[in-house]
Write a protein that binds this ligand. Structure first.
Ligand code: CU
Length: 475
């Protein structure tokens, strides 16, 4: 739901608004705030040059005011409450009611005027990442401007000179302000046909971000440098991330920007894609190659494109496996292979109902209704048509359907697999015994558990497949 700020003036939660005089605000375009974390339908341009709008995952595009041929936007930096997943809300800082802020969409050649109002308790600024612009519009506090003090509004103005995928974020107290969620996307569409930009049927965009929120709390720890525990797309974590939907045969573009403190190899199942652009602009066709994973480094954007020609529910996720999990204690010991049944019984005598975890892997945690502190997303969650998905964090699903209507972004539900196309259990075989933990096989008594009969395979260069067995003590 979109709300005008005016309809909320007077609410106790917006007391900070009074620091901006209403007379001064009257000359500015009304800031539009978003109260929902749902993906909003693409904003068809009501005026200006035509373009094919993007869909921001769990986000929206900022409406603008056209004034004397200039597109005017109004961003308000402010504390927000972001629902990161159903049942889990975080106290973040963002723009216009959400983190990330609204996507700015303009057309190559547009003159753009951006008002930035600061309703934070500290100074900020706005940097327009990747843009060609006059140096004084670059938004680096101290270097190209004084910081925007609380209660003040500054204005930036420049021409969107080249098409591409960009970002915006503060360049003042950056570590804290980005750890709190202050960022947004900027898309400059090409003016007419561009030799390196193909028209697409679906154009998705999201930012990679990361937070460190202690389970049971709601405000990120802002001094965290690397050890974040929530890996999100547009400040949402699976299963809170909307699916990406396509009609079979459509050309799909996905724009991904990274404002975390580490790289994310973004992997798509079932299709190959090309990287058709970066925040440096469109990639010439002759410089593209096929991929199924593209690494998006810190401060980079990657724009991937493919034909969604395979029907199904295809995972789209970061390939760092700890980035597809939600908050957990980092001090959990590895218990794989440890027989805890005896330990469990002994602890149960002291703590009724105690249950050990992880002795055969951690998948069991996806099936357990673990008692969680209030306001905490489960570590591995999401139910699929065949059981728990056991994922969190940077994970979503590309849903390709033959009968999805053009321009329809609604969730088509789970894929109905045609007969004979599903992996299946082989029936009629005896149950295989589960593997024994290696520590039950002590063959020797050497310190450190080194067995005597260790064999190594030596393959001589040039040998055609025949490996020689050499005893551990032979040389
Ligand atoms: Cu990652």
């Amino acid at each position: 739901m979109l709300l005008n700020r005016r309809s909320l003036i007077g609410a106790a939660s917006l007391a900070a608004a009074s620091t901006v005089s209403r007379a001064a605000m009257a000359a500015l375009p009304e800031p539009v705030i978003q109260t929902s974390a749902d993906t909003q339908p693409p904003l068809l341009p009501p005026n200006g040059r035509p373009y094919n709008p993007v869909v921001t995952l769990n986000g929206w595009t900022a409406p603008w005011r056209m004034r004397d041929g200039v597109k005017e936007f109004h961003l308000v930096a402010e504390p927000v409450v972001r629902e990161m997943a159903p049942g889990f809300k975080a106290n973040l800082w963002g723009y216009n009611g959400q983190s990330p802020g609204p996507t700015i969409e303009v057309v190559e050649g547009d003159r753009v005027r951006l008002y930035v109002t600061n309703r934070l308790p500290e100074a900020t600024s706005m940097h327009w990442h990747g843009q060609r612009l006059p140096n004084g519009m670059d938004g680096v506090s101290g270097l190209t401007q004084a910081a925007i003090q609380p209660g003040k509004t500054w204005v930036y103005e420049f021409v969107a000179r080249r098409p591409g995928s960009f970002m915006y974020h503060p360049h003042a107290d950056e570590m804290l302000q980005m750890a709190m969620g202050m960022m947004g996307l900027w898309i400059t569409h090409p003016k007419g046909r561009h030799p390196h930009i193909d028209p697409v049927d679906r154009d998705y965009a999201f930012l990679l971000n990361a937070y460190d929120v202690e389970p049971g709390s709601a405000t990120p720890k802002v001094m965290t440098m690397l050890d974040f525990n929530l890996w999100s797309w547009n400040s949402r974590i699976f299963p809170g991330i909307a699916p990406l939907v396509a009609r079979q045969g459509e050309r799909v573009r996905i724009r991904v920007g990274n404002l975390t403190m580490t790289n994310h190899p973004i992997h798509l199942h079932g299709h190959e894609f090309s990287v058709t652009g970066t925040d440096g602009g469109p990639v010439p066709r002759s410089a593209r190659w096929p991929e199924v994973t593209t690494d998006v480094a810190v401060g980079q954007m990657r724009q991937i494109e493919f034909i969604a020609d395979e029907e199904g529910d295809w995972a789209l996720h970061c390939h760092k496996s700890h980035h597809t999990m939600n908050a957990m204690g980092h001090s959990v010991p590895t218990m794989i292979g440890v027989d805890t049944s005896d330990l469990e019984q002994r602890i149960r005598a002291l703590v009724p109902g105690y249950m050990g975890m992880g002795s055969s892997g951690m998948h069991e945690m996806t099936e357990m209704q673990m008692p969680l502190p209030a306001n905490t997303a489960p570590m591995m969650a999401g139910d699929g048509p065949f059981g728990p998905v056991g994922m969190g964090g940077m994970f979503s699903v590309l849903k390709v359907r033959r009968d999805q209507k053009r321009g329809d972004y609604s969730d088509p539900g789970w894929f109905q697999h045609p007969a004979g196309t599903l992996a299946r259990e082989v029936e009629g075989l005896p149950d295989a015994a589960p593997p024994q933990a290696p520590m039950h096989h002590h063959h020797g008594s050497m310190p450190g558990g080194m067995a005597n009969e260790v064999q190594v395979d030596v393959r001589k260069p040039g040998a055609t497949g025949a490996a020689e067995h050499a005893g551990h003590h032979e040389h």
